[in-house]
Design a protein around this ligand. Structure first.
Ligand SMILES: NC(=O)c1ccc[n+]([C@@H]2O[C@H](COP(=O)([O-])OP(=O)(O)OC[C@H]3O[C@@H](n4cnc5c(N)ncnc54)[C@H](O)[C@@H]3O)[C@@H](O)[C@H]2O)c1
Ligand SMILES: O=c1ccn([C@@H]2O[C@H](COP(=O)(O)OP(=O)(O)O[C@H]3O[C@H](CO)[C@@H](O)[C@H](O)[C@H]3O)[C@@H](O)[C@H]2O)c(=O)[nH]1
Length: 451
């Protein structure tokens, strides 16, 4: 099929490349000239494992191209809206300005009978607003197909998704579903489940999924606070809980909490939606999830001060990690950068290192020093803070690191390192929710776990 993808950021570029790899003829449209220039050469404008190979292949074989010119959408049968819906500057709701602008442009160029499909994450009711905009044309179809990919595994998540959700309604429903089935034929053929529902349900499925993940994370982090107060160990607690298949171990990893361009803004948007629709229990709930999450950043900074004898002022602190999670260069609402900034504000001299996110971070945070090599970043540190659990940091040799630092103090905010081996090299290791820090227990399948 001929497809246009409007908005080629972390979501759209991956979506465009994976659709092209499935055999579709795809044009990606973005207003950002530098992004379009890079993508057109088959170069990814951000770090996402597997994307560059896919882009290089599909642009070279001619099934994928990029443009700033909206008129290029006129040949497409299906258009995917993938522009940003960031938190609005005036409140916690979503800023729909990019989505409205893109829809208006598309209305001018899309050919009769083509299908407009939203993938951006939106507050419930947005599709109706876009539907009204498109209705002025009278010959375009509309569907909503929220996206669930995660950065860092976005290519795999797009090629092997857990499910496909189609929001479709009214007299257009049958045709919209047929067209989406044709787009996703290889995935459906491989057995990916498909759920067809109305617009409001499709919008809310996406919000609910992110809110649930965030809830799980804030729950375990609140339990971590309780563990700190009670002398218990949240790592063992989480592991034991996660072995119950009704609970599951994923998104139960306690530590610094969640960040990124999705979960934080999406729970705030859901909070606003719940408030405006009078569901105050959910509004309060989302508020608590957000508050607990933010508290992990403050707790980390106060633990850093405790480790340094009460204050970080004037101390040399190395923060391992800038990205909001491993395997991405994205620093949007990054817990790591938040902690680094709070340490700077408390008077510390902060050096940050990250395998991929330094280029995004150094322009925005001139108050700190950046190093691309972790060993160089450790030089002279009085405290090391692990804030993003990149493999490269988890593999650091505590003996080698110990020779570079001034003091062997480690705050592992992700509870990701093997505390025993660091302690064996003379390091004092602290973490969130692990007051009497013990090594992480790893349950072997079928064997009893002792912690
Ligand atoms: N990042 C993810 O992992 C992910 C996953 C699922 C859903 N989402 C949702 O997808 C949407 C996009 O997120 P993102 O992370 O890709 O954002 P992003 O900021 O990385 O990308 C948005 C892109 O849209 C472009 N753009 C803005 N206005 C435009 C216009 N009028 N016409 C064409 N292009 C325009 C921007 O230049 C940018 O490249 C959001 O609603 C987000 O919540 C994101
Ligand atoms: O056990 C865990 C798992 C994750 N995180 C943190 O949670 C945040 C979000 O992680 P993840 O969900 O893997 O990344 P995203 O790429 O933000 O993906 C989320 O947001 C996307 C955008 O809406 C959705 O499409 C995905 O389904 C949803 O997982 C990161 O800061 C992680 O460090 C933890 O602290 N502990």
């Amino acid at each position: 099929m001929r497809i246009s993808v409007i908005g080629c950021g972390y979501l759209g570029a991956v979506h465009a490349a994976t659709l092209a790899s499935m055999g579709h003829d795809v044009v990606g449209i973005d207003t950002d000239e530098s992004k379009v220039r890079l993508l057109s050469r088959g170069v990814a404008p951000f770090y996402e494992p597997g994307l560059e190979e896919l882009l290089a292949h599909t642009t070279a074989q001619g099934t994928l191209r990029f443009s700033r010119d909206f008129s290029e959408t006129s040949g497409a049968d299906v258009h995917f809206l993938c522009v940003g819906t960031p938190q609005s500057k005036t409140g916690d709701g979503a800023d729909l300005g990019y989505l409205l602008a893109a829809t208006q442009e598309l209305r001018r160029h899309a050919r009769a009978g083509s299908l407009v499909v939203g993938k951006s994450t939106v507050p419930v009711g947005t599709v109706d607003v876009l539907g009204d905009l498109l209705a002025e044309r009278g010959d375009l179809l509309l569907a909503w197909n929220p996206e669930f990919l995660r950065q860092g595994t976005a290519v795999k998540d797009s090629l092997v998704p857990d499910r496909l959700v189609y929001g479709a309604e009214g007299p257009q429903e049958k045709r919209a579903v047929e067209m989406l089935d044709a787009v996703y034929a290889p995935l459906l053929g491989a057995g990916v489940p498909r759920i067809v529902c109305n617009f409001a349900t499709a919008e809310l499925i996406k919000s609910a999924a992110n809110a649930y993940l965030a809830t799980k994370l804030s729950f375990i982090n609140a339990m971590g606070e309780l563990c700190d107060a009670a002398g218990a160990d949240v790592v063992a607690l989480s592991e034991a809980m996660g072995l119950d298949p009704r609970i599951g171990a994923r998104y139960l990893h306690a530590g610094l909490g969640f960040g990124g361009g999705c979960l934080p803004k999406d729970i705030r948007s859901l909070r606003t939606q719940a408030g405006s629709l009078g569901v105050t229990a959910l509004e309060d709930w989302m508020g608590s999830v957000d508050t607990i999450n933010r508290e992990q950043r403050a707790r980390s900074v106060s633990l850093a001060a405790d480790l340094l004898g009460g204050s970080v002022a004037g101390r040399q602190v190395t923060v391992l990690g800038a990205a909001f999670k491993p395997d991405t260069d994205d620093i949007r609402d990054s817990p790591a950068m938040d902690v680094a900034m709070r340490l700077v504000e408390a008077g510390a001299h902060v050096t940050v290192t990250d395998p991929k996110a330094i280029n995004n971070a150094w322009l925005r945070f001139p108050q700190m020093r950046f190093e691309t090599k972790p060993l160089a970043a450790l030089d002279g540190a009085e405290l090391v803070v692990l804030a993003t659990e990149w493999d490269e940091f988890c593999r650091l040799d505590p003996a080698v690191a110990g020779k570079l630092v001034r003091r062997r103090l480690l705050l592992d905010t992700r509870n990701a390192l093997d505390a025993d081996s660091w302690a064996a090299e003379g390091w004092t290791v602290a973490g969130l929710g692990v007051p009497g820090r013990r090594p992480r227990a790893r349950a072997a399948a079928g064997q009893p776990t002792s912690v």
